[in-house]
Write a protein that binds this ligand. Structure first.
Ligand code: FE2
Length: 320
């Protein structure tokens, strides 16, 4: 599945396909985001896209999914079955409905098919699905993360985002480190791969340049609570200073964990698929915060990329 990035040297997995120049690293550190056109080949884009559609066709039953996902304030404070479904998705390949595609009172879809109603898949597909695991842990992704300064990067979350025509909802301004917190310092980076051409019309990312100075609030499980919520009201951001990150399919958008970004609803007739996953440092120098909403079950512990892709070695005491 691997192919060289346009303009890069080499041509196979483990080559220089994911390498960043010094100028690119400097731009990322200054602006808080970086666009890498052609990071994924057309073949890779088609493979990831078709695999997501296959997952929806074969495994998604809207009747079983009571969760209506939205990053809106009210839904983030959801309680009960929806909150449990969300929390359990940390260790699963779960499906979420688009809010505008589901009549919660009647329990029916408002669009013609489940393929048009799905909002996203999450949040452990980078480990539990073979196709997404291979791409997420590919040599060029590891090279990229090494150039960003990671010692032993670990993917803690993945999402396939559909941003459906006409019903794909808004994602309000946020910082990813609010949801993916490490201490004593923050180490989150978001990798967002465009699987369609992303435009202003179909709901591309918008980012606030140089907004990655400080984390403004957290989404965490407060003492005595069982579900996560924001620990402060929504900050006021300068939305007029946001810039659209229009890009072609195959472009990887690298987002600093404290960069403020958002996307508008998709009012167009075109989809805007994307695959996104988030990385933190896994070398033991930071702790994954125990009050993060996202916690794994004991049978699926967080693992650094290198450990996920390394077959279990033969135990030294094995005799055959
Ligand atoms: Fe985000």
């Amino acid at each position: 599945m691997c192919a060289p990035r346009a303009g890069s040297e080499g041509g196979a997995c483990g080559s220089t396909a994911g390498r960043l120049s010094g100028e690119q690293v400097a731009e990322f550190r200054d602006q808080g985001f970086l666009l890498l056109p052609g990071f994924a080949s057309p073949e890779e884009v088609a493979t990831l896209r078709s695999r997501a559609v296959q997952l929806v066709t074969e495994s998604f039953d809207p009747g079983d999914v009571a969760a209506v996902f939205s990053t809106g304030e009210e839904q983030r404070h959801s309680r009960g079955a929806m909150g449990r479904y969300f929390a359990e998705s940390a260790s699963k390949v779960s499906f979420f409905l688009e809010e505008a595609a589901f009549d919660a009172d009647k329990g029916v879809l408002t669009v013609a098919s489940k393929e048009e109603a799905v909002n996203k898949i999450g949040h452990a597909m980078h480990e539990l699905d073979d196709v997404f695991r291979e791409w997420s842990h590919s040599g060029k992704v590891q090279e990229l993360l090494a150039d960003l300064g990671y010692v032993l990067p670990a993917i803690h979350q993945s999402m396939y985002l559909f941003k459906q025509p006409h019903v794909g909802g808004e994602v309000v301004p946020h910082q990813d480190s609010a949801f993916l917190h490490t201490s004593p310092h923050l180490t989150c980076t978001g990798l967002w791969l465009a699987l369609d051409d992303a435009t202003v019309a179909n709901g591309c990312l918008w980012a606030l340049p140089r907004s990655h100075g400080a984390l403004r609030r957290r989404f965490r499980v407060a003492p005595g609570e069982s579900e996560a919520s924001f620990d402060a009201p929504p900050p006021e951001y300068d939305l007029d200073a946001m810039v659209p990150l229009e890009c072609a399919a195959g472009t990887l958008v690298v987002l600093h964990g404290e960069n403020v970004h958002m996307s508008h609803a998709n009012a167009s007739a075109k989809p805007r698929h994307a695959y996104s996953f988030h990385v933190v440092e896994g070398d033991g120098s930071v702790q994954w915060s125990p009050d993060n909403w996202l916690q794994r079950t004991p049978d699926l512990p967080f693992r650094p990329i290198a450990h996920v892709m390394t077959p279990n070695p033969t135990p030294p005491h094995a005799t055959s």
